[in-house]
Design a protein around this ligand. Sequence first.
Ligand code: G3P
Length: 218
Amino acid sequence: MKFFVDTADVEEIRELAATGLVDGVTTNPSLIAKSGRDFTEVVKEICTIVDGPVSAEVTATETDAMVEEGRKLAQIAKNVTIKVPLTWDGLKACRTLTQGGAMVNVTLCFSANQALLAAKAGATFISPFIGRLDDIGEDGMDVVRDIRTIYDNYDALSTQILVASIRGGDHVRQAALAGADVATVPPAVLRGLSEHPLTDKGLAAFLADWEKTGQSIL
Ligand code: G3P
């Protein structure tokens, strides 16, 4: 499973990318607003740090305007993935943009049927929002499992499942078990995946015992 980071914080991306664990980046208008920076500049900078897909979202709501915005975003860098919402207009924009050779991430997906339509519209990625489904009392991961089954039923559907709205390590574990292609994770969640209290406890004990030997490796 690939890891994307779900942020527009360039410094965070730079630090995390240095680990080699980051395969791409997703942004959305809320994350751009949180960064307080110019949209185009931020996306351009992220694309110099990460070689993999970098999602930049259109804000138009009608097909023609979405396509126009998408084409402009795609000119920022070759690894820009145009993000469009899962609306009827968004699906039509997805078809046009992917037929023109662009990568498209269809976002705000909350059902397997929506994901089926996105795949048929040629989406490169589909983004089911797991945490937001959990928030309303549904099991977001059920949608991911259904999408995986549906896509695997048909060779013609090659859209990658990009699990979004991830809130913690358990979502990451379940996404990997479900066979998701990508998990996009907030930086804090990615860092948290490396942590376990028994790792800390074990390391403290090893270091204390090593100290007693009076030795040093170097
Ligand atoms: O980038 C889209 C998605 O990951 C947003 O997550 O936490 O705002 O539901 P969240």
